[in-house]
Design a protein around this ligand. Structure first.
Ligand code: SF4
Ligand code: SF4
Length: 260
């Protein structure tokens, strides 16, 4: 229940709104204090995906399933209306600009986990007429679902296809709803959030925990962070950097990296 609904309910029960507001403020202030003490914080959250550590299709499937289950992502069962936060693409569709006839078979046939890149210059944010999508101070490109009017300008602007539209009420397509995160409604756009609700509780993103070390997450602005150390020691690539979007997701290809 949101703040407005709660106030309405209290009013209908005959409880004065000033008293209610005072109560809410106290609860929210207490909640903020709890969150503040545990929250993981960064100046610029970023992700590193070591593709060589995804050995089998199941290795990735369990990561996607963990993300989608946690975030109440509906299983629509129709590719045309699919809703997805993290999925896989082959090299050609992930790094089209790096295609070469000399690319090794190994790299050519690799599957790459893809998701929202939480861009430094997000095209989706620029075009949203209601500010339903916005960039936070820590670099996360977030959504306020209540503001989304379903115009889909953000979907057209995103060069990574990272956003999905709810053509149907998604709640009918979720096996077991996780009450820790919101569900969406018909006509609303959604995408990966870098698990911002979990960061607030001091937890790593779900995909990081489920990946067994293949996905790393940390502060790109901190030279001592784990992600910066990994990037220092490995050859990496990012998607469509020539567009100037500044993706915050980095890929390590491992053994085949030098040929890409
Ligand atoms: S990947 Fe797409 S949806 Fe994500 S921040 Fe960049 S432009 Fe926006
Ligand atoms: S960061 Fe969270 S929301 Fe994004 S892909 Fe990973 S698990 Fe899913």
């Amino acid at each position: 229940m949101n703040r407005r609904d709660f106030i309405k309910l209290m009013a209908s029960l005959g409880i004065g709104s000033a008293l209610v507001l005072e109560g809410i403020d106290k609860i929210e202030a207490a909640a903020d204090r709890v969150t503040d003490s545990k929250a993981l914080q960064a100046k610029h959250w970023g992700m590193v995906i070591d593709v060589s550590k995804f050995k089998t299709a199941e290795d990735f499937q369990q990561v996607a399933a963990a993300c989608h289950q946690y975030h109440n992502v509906p299983e629509i069962g129709n590719p045309q209306h699919e809703v997805k936060w993290i999925w896989q693409e082959d090299f050609e569709h992930t790094f089209a600009e790096l295609e070469s006839e000399y690319l090794s078979d190994k790299v050519q046939h690799m599957q790459f986990p893809v998701l929202c890149n939480h861009c430094e210059n997000p095209a989706c944010v620029r075009v949203c007429p209601t500010k339903a999508t916005f960039k936070r101070a820590d670099g996360i490109v977030a959504m306020d679902y209540h503001r989304c009017i379903g115009c889909r300008y953000c979907m057209a602007a995103c060069p990574y296809g990272a956003r999905s539209f709810n053509f149907f009420d998604p709640r009918s397509y979720i096996d077991q709803i996780n009450s820790a995160v919101p569900t969406r409604t018909k006509g609303v756009v959604e995408k990966c959030t870098f698990c911002m609700e979990r960061l607030d509780k001091g937890q790593q993103p779900v995909c990081v925990e489920a990946s067994g070390g293949a996905i790393m997450f940390g502060d790109l602005d901190n030279p001592n962070s784990s992600v910066r150390q990994v990037l220092k020691d490995n050859f990496f690539i990012r998607r469509k950097v020539e567009l100037g979007t500044g993706p915050s997701v980095y890929y390590i290809i491992g053994g085949g990296g030098a040929s890409a």
